[in-house]
Design a protein around this ligand. Structure first.
Ligand SMILES: *Cc1c(COP(=O)(O)O)cnc(C)c1O
Length: 445
């Protein structure tokens, strides 16, 4: 059961099929264009959508809005130091600013940055500095059905290959994303992180985590890796292997806005702080209000609660199992923050040129007012190259929906599955030159 009870409630919209039909047309068959007041269950993202606890809401009243030296900063610094062991804590308004600071200071033109799989903003910030983002995840990560416990692991041979190709001077750092968001929220094992750490030490290359879901990753290590330590100890064991991390606190920080960089290197920290002052804010607030820093510190402590994590990860596993039981094809195993519908197997009658994952995303909305997001050809196809997978991601916000909300989503999926042959494909009528999936407009074929 949920390890919390509900103190404030928000009414969720219920709409008619006619309303949803009109809204979809108005939105050009792109759910990013839908207003949230017409969405019944919103599974677009788990980022910044968490419900805060009573303690976090209370912490907002304890905001110390001093320009410099706010006591909320010192609490955040103490909390992040205790969790990660890193000396310097640099707050930012969200994860991509943490990445901007780090990569602008480390990445030079033609540098290569390996990661298990780069998240979009990580890749974009590296490419913006004219660097090359390289994915080195194990091959199993690309197989939607093979059940591997730590499908987010780095392939050390792929790291060796990058080193051989470009040389040590062209690798300013190695990043490991825990859990691996773009690979389905799959965890990384402590053993694998330790191997990556050894590899980096051997070649004298800095090692950082993209640690947005560090607590969910630690929990997977506890249950799938049979670790006897507590969540905080496992997380600490991970952090000790690296030189620092970038974090979007909109995930495991359990807040609606916030992030940070934490690291040990004094000289690099000084450079990041100098840049922070110029583009974000003074080092003791970093683009946030004092109250946001306090809520973030509180959230980082709450997320390490094993009862919370057992519920969170358990909710996702249960959601995946219910879909499987209804015969619906999903990516396996289920990761930490989302379930992915496999649109190629759901809609085998649609050719990839008709955007099966986007068609399924729209059909889910039309059928039940459920919003997921396409991760397929609309997002990734470029220059006639189509991605291997056509997926619909159903990301579950933290502490927001109960079991019956997700049961409702399973029912909607099952109803759609029963009439899947009637789902029609889509074609693009408008697209922007970059990141087209956010603003594209489509019509039924
Ligand atoms: C969300 C996310 C980011 C970027 O964080 P924002 O707060 O959205 O800027 C970076 N990496 C990963 C793995 C993420 O999930």
């Amino acid at each position: 059961m949920e390890p919390f009870k509900i103190k404030a409630v928000e009414t969720i919209p219920v709409t008619s099929r006619e309303q949803r039909q009109a809204a979809l047309q108005e939105a050009g068959y792109n759910v990013f264009n839908l207003p949230s007041h017409l969405i019944t269950v919103d599974l677009l993202t788990d980022s910044g959508t968490s419900a805060m606890s009573d303690q976090q809401w209370a912490s907002l009243m304890q905001g110390d809005e001093s320009y410099a030296g706010s006591r909320n900063y010192f609490r955040l610094e103490e909390t992040v130091r205790r969790i990660t062991g890193y000396r310097h804590v640099i707050p930012t308004h969200q994860g991509r600013m943490a990445e901007n600071l780090l990569f602008t200071n480390l990445v030079k033109p033609y540098d290569h940055v390996p990661n298990n799989i780069h998240f979009d903003t990580t890749r974009a910030n590296i490419e913006h500095n004219n660097g090359v983002a390289v994915n080195c995840v194990i091959d199993e990560a690309y197989d939607p059905v093979e059940e591997v416990p730590f499908k987010g692991n780095m392939d050390l041979h792929k790291l060796d290959r990058v080193l051989l190709e470009v040389g040590r001077e062209r690798i300013p750092l190695v990043v490991l994303t825990i859990t691996n968001n773009s690979g389905g929220g799959q965890p990384v094992s402590l053993q694998n992180a330790s191997q990556v750490s050894d590899w980096c030490r051997r070649h004298d290359i800095p090692f950082f985590y993209d640690a947005c879901r560090f607590a969910e990753n630690a929990y997977f290590n506890k249950v799938r890796g049979n670790q006897s330590e507590g969540i905080a100890e496992i997380a600490r064991a991970f952090f000790q292997l690296a030189d620092g991390c970038t974090v979007s606190a909109k995930k495991d920080g359990l807040v609606n806005i916030g992030g940070f960089v934490a690291l040990n290197d004094d000289d690099l920290a000084a450079r990041l702080k100098n840049m922070l002052v110029m583009i974000e804010g003074f080092p003791t607030y970093g683009g946030l209000a004092g109250r946001d820093l306090e809520a973030m510190a509180q959230g980082l402590d709450e997320v390490l609660d094993e009862r919370y994590l057992a519920h969170r990860i358990g909710q996702l596993q249960e959601f995946g199992q219910a879909l499987c039981k209804a015969g619906i094809p999903i990516v396996k195993p289920v990761g930490g923050h989302a379930v992915y519908l496999d649109a190629k197997r759901f809609l085998p009658h649609l050719p990839q040129e008709q955007f099966p994952a986007q068609a399924l995303t729209c059909a889910l909305y039309l059928e039940g007012g459920v919003r997921g997001v396409e991760i397929g050809g609309l997002m990734f196809a470029a220059d006639g190259e189509w991605p291997e997978l056509e997926l619909v991601r159903l990301a579950v916000p933290r502490r927001v929906y109960t079991r019956s909300h997700l049961e409702y989503v399973v029912e909607v999926c099952a109803q759609l599955y029963a009439q899947r042959e009637s789902i029609r494909g889509l074609r693009i009528t408008y697209e922007a030159p970059v990141l087209r999936h956010f603003t594209a407009r489509l019509e039924l074929v």
